[in-house]
Design a protein around this ligand. Structure first.
Ligand code: ADP
Length: 306
C-alpha cells in the first residue's frame, strides 16, 4: 500500500495581470502549493492528497481537474451544493504587488464541517500537513474539530506538520490568532515558521526565541525559515544552520516558504536526514524564487541534476 501525505487547507482561483487589462486564471493556496512541491519531489510510492471543500460550480470542477492533473489525489475533497471556491487577484502597480481577496464565503471554510470525513482522511495518512491559514479560515468550532483530529494523529505517531503562516487580517483578533496558532503548534510534531512573521506577530527577538517558544508548547522539531538568510533546524533539541542558495535574480518570492516545506518534507520522509533535506529544499526554493508564479513545474526545479 502506498504511503499518503495529506495536506489540508484552501486552494483558490488566482487572477494575475496578463497585459492589456487581461487577466490570467490560475489556482494556488499555501497548503496546495506545498502539496504541489511534495508531489514533485516525492517518489511514486507516496500518494499526495489534498483535503478541502469545493462547490458544485464549473470553477470548482476546473480546480478539481487541475489538482488531479498535478498528480494530487482528489478523492477526499468534499463538494458542497451552491458554494464556490475562494478567489484572489494579484495587482501590480509600479512593480509593487498587492493582493485582493474574495474568500469570505468560500467552500473551503466548511472543510472541517463533516468531522467523520475529516477523521477518515486523517486516519488514512501517514503525514498530515496544515497551516495557520487553514485554521484562520475555519469557524471557531470547526478549527477545534481540526485541532482535535491532528492531536489524535500526533498521539497515534503520525508526522503532523504545521506552518503558522501568520496572516493577521484573516483573524478576528490578535488574541484568537495567538491562541489558535499556539494550539496548532502544540498539536504538531514539526513546526515550520518563517522568522519575519514570528518576529512581527509574536515579538520574537531572535530565531532562538521562536524555537524556544514552539518547543515549550510541545512541538518536537522546528524549522525556522529566514528568507535569503537560510534556515535553522532544531530536531529533537539538536540544532543546525543551513544557508540559502545564492540566487542571481529574485523574480517572484510567492510560495518560497511553501515550496521549501514541500521539498523539505519529501526528502525528509525518504531519507530521514533533516539537514540534508533542508539543503535540498533550499535548492528547490531558490529555483522557485527565480521563476514567476506560485507553482513552478517539476521540469524547472532541477530535480534530476539539471
Ligand atoms: P516565506 O515565503 O514563508 O516567508 P522565506 O522567505 O523564509 O519563507 O523563504 C523560504 C525559503 O526560500 C528560504 O528558506 C530560502 O531557502 C528560500 N529563499 C527565499 N528568499 C530567497 C532569496 N532571496 N534567495 C535565496 N533563497 C531564498
Amino acid at each position: 500500500m502506498s504511503r499518503r501525505f495529506l495536506s489540508i487547507g484552501e486552494c483558490m482561483v488566482e487572477l494575475s495581470q496578463a497585459g492589456d487589462g487581461l487577466l490570467r486564471k490560475g489556482f494556488a493556496g499555501d497548503t496546495f502549493n506545498t502539496a504541489w512541491y511534495a508531489r514533485a519531489c516525492l517518489a511514486a510510492d507516496w500518494s499526495v492528497d489534498y483535503f478541502t471543500a469545493l462547490g458544485d460550480d464549473a470553477m470548482s470542477d476546473e480546480m478539481l481537474a487541475f489538482i488531479d492533473k498535478a498528480g494530487i489525489g482528489t478523492s477526499l475533497i468534499r463538494r458542497i451544493r451552491g458554494r464556490t471556491p475562494g478567489l484572489y487577484m494579484i495587482n501590480l502597480k509600479n512593480g509593487e504587488r498587492s493582493f485582493s481577496y474574495w474568500r469570505d464565503n468560500s467552500a473551503a471554510r466548511s472543510l472541517a464541517a463533516d468531522p467523520d470525513r475529516l477523521r477518515e482522511a486523517v486516519e488514512s495518512a501517514e503525514v498530515v500537513y496544515f497551516s495557520g491559514i487553514t485554521l484562520a479560515i475555519l469557524p471557531h468550532e470547526d478549527a477545534e474539530t481540526l485541532l482535535a483530529e491532528v492531536r489524535r494523529a500526533k498521539a497515534a505517531g503520525k508526522l503532523v506538520v504545521f506552518d503558522p503562516n501568520i496572516r493577521p487580517r484573516l483573524w478576528s483578533s490578535y488574541d484568537v490568532m495567538h491562541t489558535t496558532i499556539s494550539e496548532g503548534a502544540r498539536s504538531s510534531v514539526l513546526v515550520m515558521p518563517s522568522f519575519d512573521d514570528e518576529a512581527a506577530h509574536f515579538g520574537d527577538d531572535s530565531i532562538e526565541a521562536t524555537i524556544h517558544r514552539y518547543r515549550a508548547l510541545g512541538a518536537i522539531h522546528i524549522v525556522v525559515k529566514n528568507g535569503a538568510d537560510g534556515v535553522t533546524l532544531n530536531f529533537a533539541g539538536e540544532q543546525t544552520f543551513v544557508p540559502a542558495e545564492k540566487v542571481e535574480k529574485v523574480v517572484d518570492t510567492t510560495s518560497a516558504g511553501d515550496s521549501f516545506n514541500g521539498a523539505f518534507l519529501a526528502r525528509y520522509l525518504e531519507a530521514g536526514d533533516a539537514p540534508a533535506a533542508a539543503r535540498f529544499a533550499a535548492k528547490v526554493a531558490a529555483r522557485v524564487v527565480s521563476e514567476h508564479g506560485a507553482l513552478v513545474p517539476r521540469e524547472k526545479l532541477g530535480l534530476d541534476g539539471g
